[in-house]
Ligand binder design. Structure first.
Ligand code: DQA
Length: 143
């Protein structure tokens, strides 16, 4: 099974952002930990701070061979109808993840444009949010 993992704005700064909310791992450490947790999954990791680039990558998935997509859109979760519309077009299984629990934070983080176009959302468990997402996809996807 191969999974594209997409990170939105500021997630390249993990390790230097509020560790209580986001954990102390850097983005590379998080990606490595996920990779070594699942021997049978091939991951491709992508991060951008630019909405248009993220949308371009999601469009390109339509011509590629991924079995599933995991996305942590960062703050674009709460603002981007464009990202939501791009994700809606994808027919492969899609899961939204967050390191922190966006339902228990500021009111503006409770707005989530992404959740209605994905199959599931895991949040609030830092690395384990991602592990739960992969396990969900392994159970859902027969390859
Ligand atoms: C986040 C939550 C967002 O509200 C925030 O803007 C982020 C990280 C998370 O993983 O908890 O950048 O997506």
């Amino acid at each position: 099974m191969n999974i594209l993992v997409i990170h939105g704005p500021n997630l390249n700064m993990l390790g230097r952002r509020n560790p209580e909310l986001y954990g102390s791992m850097t983005q590379d450490e998080l990606f490595d930990a996920l990779d070594s947790h699942f021997d049978d999954v091939d991951f491709v990791f992508y991060q951008s701070n630019y909405e248009g680039e993220l949308i371009g990558v999601i469009h390109s998935v339509m011509n590629e061979d991924y079995n599933a997509l995991i996305i942590n859109p960062g703050a674009l979760t709460h603002t981007s109808i464009a990202l939501r519309d791009a994700l809606e077009m994808l027919e492969i299984p899609k899961v939204e993840v967050h390191l922190s629990n966006i339902d228990q934070r500021e009111a503006y983080r409770k707005v989530d444009y992404i959740k209605e176009v994905v199959d599931a959302c895991f949040m609030g468990k830092k690395l384990d949010s991602y592990i739960d997402a992969v396990e969900f996809l392994l159970n859902k996807t027969v390859v």
